[in-house]
Design a protein around this ligand. Structure first.
Ligand SMILES: Nc1nc2c(ncn2[C@@H]2O[C@H](COP(=O)(O)OP(=O)(O)OP(=O)(O)O)[C@@H](O)[C@H]2O)c(=O)[nH]1
Ligand SMILES: [Mg+2]
Length: 433
């Protein structure tokens, strides 16, 4: 049988796209139009063009067409009216719904997840990034193979695949994809191990880890650059950053920490991506402190904060200490919005990563937070370091203390800077051994 390459990374822009959103009971008109404008931004970032938008009211999704057959027929005529070449749904469609909609409208039908995957594919430049996106793409593709074949048949002027050679070929492709998925997972485990070692190494040297999180385009990379003089690419596009970058940051009071910039989040972040980007998102889970960067000039800032919190919950990182960084206050009206956004955080600082306004206050806030924040440490230090053990007792809460062969195994909740000193003592002891 002829071998056909399943090509990845050939992201096709959503050309001349008609955007479709669905308004279910409980969803305001406002919320729906916000979703549509974000979807437009995604299309633009992917290099496509929007030719129209349509909203359908719906009690519940229809199993065959997502929208009802009647509405799908209406959609088909709208496709004609605006000469759309792609129909893009804001919600995830099942493979069968996509197939049925394509038959009825006669054009390519895609969903939001596909556009996000395409953007990630375009922005993946490192090996780890490409592995992660490749895995997410294949996981997305696997249940949709039949549809891909329908496309090919149509391109050749055929009339769809019913039985025939397509079925066999789909089976072959499916097996090949599964093999490739397990290869990718294996390679990713290596990336994960490598990053894990890096983190352990940092911990051993007493580093405190701070991680930037936030909605895509909030200004995380700009802030990292301003804080540390780094030169991470900043771009007015969604998902400009995919790979984590870590730099040193000196805080007032002589505390030094490591700060990591990582991939941004979005509403309805495809679960394939969350799973595939596990190695990257581990940075968030390991952090002693999260800086949640918010674009305070965005009219949807509140909803974006909630979307980020939801992803953090999904990752199990919602119990990490957080400082809200209300960014872009140099823009008109952003300072007022920042004041309202403050209420969503225990601690928050208005800043402009671009002009540097408020950045010194942020540094003070980070250093205060780390000084008083209790972090859990489990260390093995020489028992002659009674000074540190006393310090751990007086500044925090010792949970377990076990003496063994000239060492003390200590588990304690202590302020982050003390944690740093304990870890350093452990590292030093390791070198003596
Ligand atoms: N006016 C203004 N613009 C800013 C500020 N911070 C960032 N920007 C702009 O916002 C856009 C996005 O900035 P990035 O730093 O790339 O945002 P990000 O959060 O890293 O985005 P992703 O990596 O795509 O998730 C760029 O055009 C920046 O110049 C700010 O404080 N004020
Ligand atoms: Mg970035």
């Amino acid at each position: 049988m002829k071998k056909r390459r399943i090509s990845l990374f050939n992201a096709q822009p959503a050309e001349d796209a008609l955007l479709v959103a669905v308004q279910t009971p409980g969803l305001s008109q406002h919320a729906v139009s916000d979703c549509l404008s974000e979807l437009s931004r995604l299309v633009e970032t992917s290099g496509g063009r929007v030719v129209g938008t349509v909203v359908y009211r719906l009690e519940r999704p229809d199993p065959a067409f997502f929208i009802t057959r009647g509405k799908a027929q209406d959609l088909a005529s709208k496709v004609q009216d605006c000469a759309a070449r792609t129909v893009l749904f804001d919600d995830d469609l099942s493979p069968a719904q996509t197939r049925n909609l394509e038959r009825l409208t006669g054009v390519r039908v895609i969903d939001r997840t596909q556009v996000i995957l395409d953007i990630f594919a375009m922005h993946a430049h490192t090996k780890a990034g490409r592995l992660q996106v490749g895995l997410a793409q294949l996981e997305y593709l696997l249940p949709r193979l039949r549809r891909m074949w329908t496309h090919l048949e149509r391109q050749r002027g055929g009339i769809g695949v019913r039985g025939g050679p397509g079925e066999q070929q789909i089976e072959v492709d499916r097996r090949r994809i599964k093999v490739r998925i397990s290869q990718l997972k294996k390679e990713l485990r290596q990336v994960e191990r490598h990053r894990d070692q890096l983190r352990k190494h940092r911990r051993r040297h007493g580093w405190i880890l701070v991680c930037l999180v936030g909605y895509t385009n909030a200004g995380k990379s700009t802030l990292l650059n301003t804080l540390t003089g780094a030169s991470v690419m900043v771009n007015d596009k969604l998902f400009a950053t995919l790979d984590p970058v870590t730099r040193r940051l000196k805080l007032p009071g002589n505390l030094q920490v490591l700060i990591t910039d990582t991939v941004g989040f979005i509403r309805k972040l495809p679960h394939q991506l969350v799973e595939a980007f596990h190695a990257t998102l581990e940075e968030v889970l390991e952090a002693d402190l999260l800086l949640h960067v918010v674009d305070a000039s965005h009219y949807e800032a509140e909803a974006q904060v909630e979307a980020v919190n939801e992803v953090l919950r999904e990752l199990g990182a919602d119990t990490r200490p957080v400082i809200g960084v209300l960014n872009k206050v140099d823009r008109e009206g952003a300072l007022q919005r920042a004041r309202r956004l403050c209420k969503l955080f225990e601690r928050a600082v208005p800043v402009s990563a671009l002009t540097g306004q408020g950045v010194n206050d942020l540094l003070v806030e980070i250093s205060d937070e780390l000084r008083y924040q209790q972090v859990r440490v489990s260390v093995r230090i020489p028992s002659h370091r009674g000074d540190l053990i006393t310090l751990a007792r007086s500044s925090g809460h010792v949970l377990a203390e076990h003496y063994d062969d000239g060492y003390v195994k200590l588990t304690a909740n202590v302020p982050a800077d003390i944690a740093g000193r304990l870890r350093k003592a452990e590292a030093g002891a390791g070198e003596e051994r």
